[in-house]
Design a protein around this ligand. Structure first.
Ligand code: GLC
Length: 572
């Protein structure tokens, strides 16, 4: 059967003009600056390190780079605690280094997206310091969420909310005379006080911050905790459990990635994004925003990407589906239904700096499990199986129309560091849960660039702020470059084909009903992902364009083994 003759029922998503705005189909590479490349030699990555390695990303074939925060910060949450939104932290360099990075990226044809953290500041931000010094009820305190405590002497927190990192979401202040004072809200660490987005000064300030970076030439923003800025009026108690990483036990199998409760996904957030959209639209060059919003179901998430709001939202439901055919198929379908309804591109993501890397997750006995970190004494992933599935999942993702996110190192097939010693951990989630949650350090280990160099070439001195697993040497970029069959070369080939075949702006038609085989056509490419146990036969004479692993069968009649994805040429 030719693709054109397929019944319309199989059509899930229509192709669009590949000449449309870049963010509708871009592959965006996440750089986690402290772990990408270190130029200064102190063992922490920095902006000059990123700039020096941008060639790697251009060669890989991505369209854009998103940088996690590099602003001035005490680093209580690895930079997601910002003390000055207009300064670069000395750990990462200077503003001139940021300018040089943006300029070099643009020279190489790469767009630059920066992180914006509007839900909270650092407690070391001048605003919070002023708030602490000011009296209850003052304009300084009104920029944050200060409340009197409950109980006879205000000794109890204002409500029962918990921090996403563990423990209570409130910390009590001490007044200048040494007596206990009001409490302030922090959905994350106590060093990350939540801003009060009802305050017009807060809104005005962030519009200025947007302009500051737009004027410096950035192409967009990744908006941190985009679903959290507005809280339900009255801050009512809530008995649910907030978490960013673990799924809910909801019957809503399409996602399982959401946050519920009076602190998340309130209607008021949309007004903020509408205002920001008008700011971005004043600038030329298709500037864009992507929401980090752990919201479900997907139809609810799509409200963030209505035509006058953000451009994209991360699709955590896809990440949460793990290695599970029926779940992935449902998410793919539901994603297009939800996003097409508002005219937004669908996005895809498998790994990031908050989640165990997919090469490790998918090697667990339950490949849909998403622990918050893996450490000594925990179930250790099957590395070989994890990598096989991860490569197959990546080829599946890159074959889908829409925009895809690649987390630094996944192009090398990196697993997490799953045996990191606890005394080296730095994630506040580890400390705030008393070690019950290992936290996110395992996915944040400095990248291996050169297999034979000290620190695997991450830093000129060999220093690395977290140790790298010994087995990473063979995964180093220089060992994989030019090696047929390496994960790096698979990504590079996939990105080249994705571009030449215009798959990002492509369509999607299911070609198979089997829940464990995702077989679909995207323009003239047929993607077959085998998530089942049995080999899947390909039609005789199939032209194989790319495969995530060795194929079975014969050259004339190849088969797709379990945990393998192939891209083939659609037969006329
Ligand atoms: C986001 C970031 C995460 C950070 C948190 C608080 O979820 O991705 O790394 O800890 O927000 O800013």
């Amino acid at each position: 059967m030719t693709i054109d003759a397929l019944p319309d029922a199989a059509l899930v998503h229509r192709a669009e003009d590949p000449a449309g705005p870049w963010w509708r189909h871009a592959v965006i590479y996440q750089v986690y600056p402290r772990s990408f490349a270190d130029a200064s030699g102190d063992g922490v990555g920095d902006l000059p390190g990123v700039t020096a390695r941008l060639d790697h990303l251009a060669e890989l074939g991505v369209d854009a780079v998103w940088l996690s925060p590099f602003y001035r910060s005490p680093q209580a949450d690895a930079g997601y605690d910002v003390a000055d939104y207009r300064e670069v932290d000395p750990l990462f360099g200077t503003l001139a280094d940021a300018d040089a990075l943006i300029a070099r990226a643009h020279e190489l044809g790469l767009r630059v997206v920066v992180d914006l953290v509007p839900n909270h500041t650092s407690d070391e931000h001048v605003w919070f310091q002023a708030a602490l010094a000011a009296a209850p009820g003052s304009p300084e305190r009104d920029r944050y969420v200060f409340r009197d405590g409950r109980g006879e002497h205000g000794e109890l927190p204002p409500n029962n909310w918990g921090s996403i990192f563990g423990g209570p979401a409130w910390t009590r202040t001490t007044d200048p005379d040494g007596t206990p004072g009001q409490w302030y809200l922090h959905l994350f660490d106590s060093k990350q006080p939540d801003l009060n987005w009802e305050n017009p000064e807060v809104r005005a300030e962030f519009e200025q911050i947007l302009r500051f970076w737009l004027d410096r030439g950035v192409d967009g923003f990744r908006v941190d905790v985009a679903h959290g800025m507005v809280k339900q009026a009255g801050l009512p108690d809530w008995d649910g459990h907030v978490t960013m990483i673990e799924g809910t036990d909801d019957a809503d199998a399409v996602s399982g990635s959401g946050n519920h409760g009076p602190m998340f996904d309130q209607d008021g957030v949309h007004e903020i994004y509408r205002a920001w959209r008008t700011v971005l639209d004043e600038y030329d060059g298709d500037r864009a925003m992507v929401a980090e919003a752990w919201v479900e179901p997907l139809s609810r998430l799509a409200r963030y990407v209505r035509p006058d709001e953000m451009h994209q939202a991360f699709n955590f439901a896809f990440l949460a589906a793990g290695w599970d055919g029926p779940a992935l198929r449902r998410v793919v379908e539901a994603s297009f239904v939800a996003n097409d309804a508002v005219g937004a591109p669908t996005t895809w993501v498998l790994s990031n700096h908050d989640t165990v890397r997919h090469a490790s997750r998918m090697g667990l006995s339950d490949p849909t499990h998403r622990p918050n970190g893996i450490g000594q004494g925990d179930e250790q992933p099957d590395a070989e199986l994890g990598l096989r599935r991860a490569r197959a999942a990546s080829l599946l993702m890159l074959g889908l129309p829409g925009s895809a996110y690649v987390y630094q190192g996944e192009e090398l097939g990196l697993p997490d560091h799953t045996a990191l010693e606890d005394h080296l951990r730095q994630d506040p989630a580890f400390f705030r849960t008393g070690g019950v949650e290992r936290g996110r350090d395992g996915c944040r280990v400095p990248l291996p660039w050169e297999g034979d160099a000290p620190g695997l070439g991450f830093s000129p001195t060999g220093a690395t702020w977290l140790p790298q697993p010994a087995e990473w040497a063979e995964l180093a970029a220089d060992r994989q470059r030019g090696q047929a069959g390496s994960t790096y070369e698979m990504y590079r080939a996939a990105l080249a084909l994705r571009r030449s075949e215009q798959l990002g702006a492509g369509d999607l038609r299911w070609l198979d009903e089997d829940p464990h085989v995702l077989r679909f056509a995207n323009r003239d490419v047929v993607v077959v992902a085998n998530l089942g146990e049995d080999e899947v036969a390909l039609p005789e004479g199939t032209e194989v364009l790319l495969a995530s692993g060795p194929l079975g069968g014969t050259a004339q009649a190849p088969t797709v083994p379990a945990a393998t994805t192939v891209w083939t040429r659609a037969q006329a």
